[in-house]
Design a protein around this ligand. Structure first.
Ligand code: GLU
Length: 427
């Protein structure tokens, strides 16, 4: 595998540029801005894994803590062939803003392993996860830094992490990771949480532009955990999902795709992809499928895959009235400017996909208290936090005459900067 380091470097440069723009608006002290630009700490580890063929392979893993002034580090672990230190560092920064914008008491962190999980067996993935957990053990813990699922990691991976950490402590420590299965101290509602939050903010965003979910047309890029849960909950709420894409291609049906059947189909395929689903038009060429999806005349476009998907090259073709950023960092700053000229209402990632980490917070609270909530309780509290955060951001946008992204960043960066200022600099 050859890794393209430039993407991650650009992503980090973009994250820092956005921070600079917000800092200027907030008139922050330049020294403080520097503190927020760089992570508190970052760890690079080598992960030797005995592969099924008997050979040893060494993978590289990272855990980055961006800022812990508002509470322990929080953020997912990503297994992906494009993971780099810079990408993980940028994502850790996004986690800091995300936790702050929904006002939960966590700082930002992120982890990742450079690997291709699609080519690995379950046993290899278990070996990788356990050794990675062991290597980052000095950084994590329920009071220090709490991991969670991200791209290509899931409740099973979280179970192995929790078990490895617990074996070293000598007792069960469920609070070291969130996104666990319910039988291991996971929270009800966590699996669909990010998608549910995407549905809540999309609903409120549509109200703002005088539309409603009923009959609204939606295109979704990405059909992993977030994309599929968003599609399911949005279609249950009356929206029409007319296009969906993933790495295997894109599905198009102007009458609306049957989402429950598509989810069933994906579960049955070896690589968990949409390819092979009968009915709608299918384009197997990844690039062409994405182009078609982005260029559709829909009410809402939901990028729910990876960062840097909507760039200055393709922003021009977008015709949606609204974009809900379900992925982290799907729109580059340059594309943002193009979309702003088109007056597209954008619900930014740090708000739009924050429900995952909100229910992670609920999971951590439940684990800490060893007292578990009903699913309705989880969803009710989630709806309260997400709608409140949406209107906090909308109010800030109106007050300061800025777009939703700038408003969300202003709220978040102000909260973090204030925590840093109040705590002071040690020693
Ligand atoms: N990986 C998710 C995110 O990017 C969830 C993080 C968490 O629950 O800690 O927000």
């Amino acid at each position: 595998m050859t890794r393209d380091y430039r993407k991650g470097m650009q992503f980090l440069a973009d994250a820092r540029e956005r921070l600079d723009m917000v800092a200027k608006k907030l008139k922050l002290d330049p020294g403080l801005v520097d503190k927020l630009k760089f992570p508190k700490r970052a760890l690079i580890v080598s992960i030797p894994v005995k592969m099924d063929n008997g050979h040893l392979r060494v993978f590289t893993g990272y855990r980055v803590q961006h800022n812990l002034d508002r509470g322990p580090g929080k953020g997912g672990i990503r297994y992906h062939p494009e993971v780099t230190l810079e990408e993980v560092t940028a994502l850790a920064m996004l986690m800091t803003w995300k936790c702050a914008v929904v006002n939960i008491p966590f700082g930002g962190a992120k982890g990742g392993v450079y690997c291709n999980p699609r080519e690995m067996s379950l046993k290899e993935l278990e070996g990788l996860t356990r050794r990675f957990t062991y290597e980052i053990m000095m950084m994590i813990g329920p009071e220090k830094d709490i991991a969670a699922p991200d791209v290509y990691t899931n409740p099973q991976v979280m179970s192995w992490m929790m078990d490895t950490y617990s074996m070293h402590q000598g007792f069960s420590v469920p609070g070291v990771v969130t996104g666990k299965p319910v039988h291991l101290g996971g929270s009800k509602g966590r699996l669909d949480a990010t998608g549910r939050g995407v549905m809540f903010v999309t609903r409120e965003g549509l109200k703002h532009i005088s539309l409603s979910l009923k009959g609204t047309t939606i295109a979704i890029q990405g059909f992993g955990n977030v994309g599929s849960a968003s599609a399911k909950l949005l279609s249950e709420a009356g929206a029409k999902i007319i296009a969906v894409s993933d790495i295997s291609g894109g599905l198009f049906n102007p009458k609306g795709i049957d989402i429950p059947s598509l989810i069933k189909h994906v579960k049955r395929t070896k690589y968990k992809v949409i390819k092979g689903f009968k009915g709608p038009q299918f384009i197997s060429d990844f690039k062409r499928a994405n182009e078609k999806l982005f260029g559709l005349k829909v009410d809402v476009l939901i990028p729910a895959a990876l960062e840097n998907q909507i760039t200055e090259e393709n922003a021009g073709i977008i015709k949606a009235k609204m974009i809900t950023e379900a992925a982290n960092g799907p729109i580059t700053p340059r594309a943002d400017k193009i979309l702003a000229k088109k007056k597209i209402f954008i619900i930014p990632d740090i708000l739009a996909n924050a429900a995952g980490v909100v229910v992670s917070y609920f999971e951590w609270v439940q684990d800490t208290q060893a007292l578990f909530w009903k699913e309705e309780e989880v969803n009710r509290r989630l709806e309260e936090i997400m709608t409140e955060a949406f209107y906090d951001v909308l109010r800030a946008a109106k007050k300061h005459r800025v777009d939703m992204r700038m408003a969300a960043y202003m709220l978040a960066v102000f909260r973090v900067a204030d925590a840093t200022r109040l705590r002071g600099i040690y020693p």
